[in-house]
Design a protein around this ligand. Sequence first.
Ligand code: SF4
Length: 351
Amino acid sequence: MLDKIKEKINNNAPLDKKDILKLIALLTTEKKQEIYNLADNLRAKIMGDEVFIRAIIEFSNFCRKNCDYCGIRGKNKNVKRYRMTEEEIIDNCLKVEKNGFTTVVLQSGEDMYFNKEKMGYIISEIKAKTKLAITVSAGERDIETYKFWYDCGMDRYLLRFETSNKKIFQKIHPDDDFDFRIQCIKNLKSIGVQTGSGFMIGLPEASFEDIADDILLCRELALDMIGVGPFIPHPDTPLGVNILKYDFDFYSGIIAILRLVNPYSHIPATTAFDALQKNGRDLLLQRGANIFMPNATPQKYRKFYLLYPDKPCVDEGADDCSRCVIYRITRLGRKIGKGPGHSVLNKKNDA
Ligand code: SF4
């Protein structure tokens, strides 16, 4: 069963939904190691051994929305809210560059205090003062805002669709519309922003078919980066009573399949995998991932940005995380990526 799929991969033929469902089924058998190896080899062949580092600054945990799985949803009264000042954000970007990193990710809830102009100012200042590539992740905005931020110097944007199943999407996103979410992603691509999106594995009611569709939607959207994490129930949310559906090997196997279907997309080893298993992100880097995103948020804010419980690295400072990430990557025999690590989707078009 796996031989035919291997042949397709070797011939650069795209995997279809049937192939993906077969691979998902094999994750619960001893064949899973072969799938991890296939993904690791494909990652090495297409993306090389470099691991690009994107340092995240969680600059505000205010959010106007109430996604049913999210620990910082607006209605969660147990969250102490914070907003970094513009100068604080810019200063911390200078530190990110000083620590040797080439990309900063500015992430927040959907906090409209950081409107078009304020965010534009921050992006322009970072561009003027550093050589950092800038990724923003601040929710759904109109196309004019995205365009303005792009003109100010924003390189990339992250906006996950979370699930390709429209019914589930509507159920867990009381403030959102699936079609609009997808339109936002398409708008970003149309402007020329390197666009990242992705989904959650193991949402209540989501089936293997849904996971296969999630993976295929990533390919259909031609994403420059695909961020995927396990669904980890947060007790202060409407979905907090659900338990983890799968084990670590299954979740990380989905990352491997994601790589097999999207060979040219950057795939981060997302932080949530360390919450599932100690050094989980290291294993992901050996199962298809090629990006690491250490936390560069000032230590005093970290414990207030808990999208899910038991988030790792909340007691460390940015310098600790910088040292740790370099150690973890080199220990695997991999190299730290040089330069900004921009999208390589054009490499696919040249192939
Ligand atoms: S997932 Fe994002 S938009 Fe939804 S509540 Fe959390 S921070 Fe807000």
